[in-house]
Design a protein around this ligand. Structure first.
Ligand code: ATP
Ligand code: PRP
Ligand code: MG
Length: 212
């Protein structure tokens, strides 16, 4: 049995064509089903539906043989116990620093001000500002980061930006890129050896679908 960990939403949607290329078709839609284990047309392949940030944990501990996770999530997790053979080039966006329109970020940095940074990614945020030599207090949030500067919870946020629509809708502007993000295939190290015969061809098919 091969178990693949996926999150609902954009990763699931963008993974469907890759699975299809490997001849794998889920038997249910996780958006409408309440089931967390979803079978496929292949009797020995199943999908488990987990939170995006939990994918590395399931794969690291071998509860899933492989999974697909954003680079944001993988950097924050640390990647221990995970083999990351392939960038799937899906769910592309950028991790950025953003502030309220009118907040002079450059001046604040120049003056050595201590900044309050709200983020779902405390590790990435801490690391970024440490490299710049900027003193920060990190405020951990679980979502809706864009709200934090508007209500005085933070001076800046570290969050994902794609179209920029969310920043714009909340009168925020991006002031600094941190890292380009896309999703990667992650494989449990032991599963890669033990289930090599079924994982290897799957990796090859995914790799050739990315290339086109
Ligand atoms: P949760 O709902 O559990 O908090 P999440 O918000 O991280 O999870 P998704 O929004 O499905 O879940 O994001 C999954 C992955 O897709 C992220 O880890 C990131 O790599 C990428 N991603 C997030 N937002 C965008 C976006 N606006 N455009 C493109 N890719 C994105
Ligand atoms: C993500 C991210 C930003 C937004 C950026 O949220 O957290 O808020 O996308 O995308 P944009 O630049 O195209 O507006 P998502 O859509 O995943 O909503 P969520 O809050 O449910 O995670
Ligand atoms: Mg999201």
């Amino acid at each position: 049995m091969l178990t693949i960990a996926l999150s609902k939403g954009r990763i699931f949607d963008e993974t469907l064509p890759l699975l299809a290329a490997a001849g794998i078709v889920p038997s249910e839609d996780p958006e409408s089903s309440r089931k967390l284990i979803i079978g496929t047309n292949q009797p020995d392949v199943r999908l488990i539906i987990v939170r995006a940030s939990d994918v590395p944990t399931y794969v690291q501990h071998g509860a899933a043989d492989l999974g697909i996770a954003g680079r944001d999530v993988l950097i924050e997790h640390g990647g221990a116990g995970l083999y990351q053979p392939l960038d799937l080039e899906i769910a592309k966006c950028r991790m950025m620093v953003a502030v309220r329109k009118g907040f002079d970020y450059e001046a604040a940095v120049r003056q050595g001000a201590r900044l309050r940074i709200a983020s779902k990614y405390p590790g990435i945020a801490r690391d970024h500002f440490a490299k710049k030599g900027v003193h920060v207090d990190i405020i951990k949030l679980y979502g809706s980061m864009e709200l934090a500067p508007l209500v005085g919870l933070a001076d800046a946020i570290v969050d994902l930006v794609s179209t920029g629509n969310t920043l714009k809708a909340n009168d925020l502007v991006a002031v600094e890129p941190i890292v380009d993000i896309s999703s990667r295939l992650v494989v449990n190290m032991a599963a890669l050896k033990l289930k090599h015969d079924i994982i290897r061809p799957l990796l090859d098919t995914f790799a050739s679908s990315v290339a086109v």
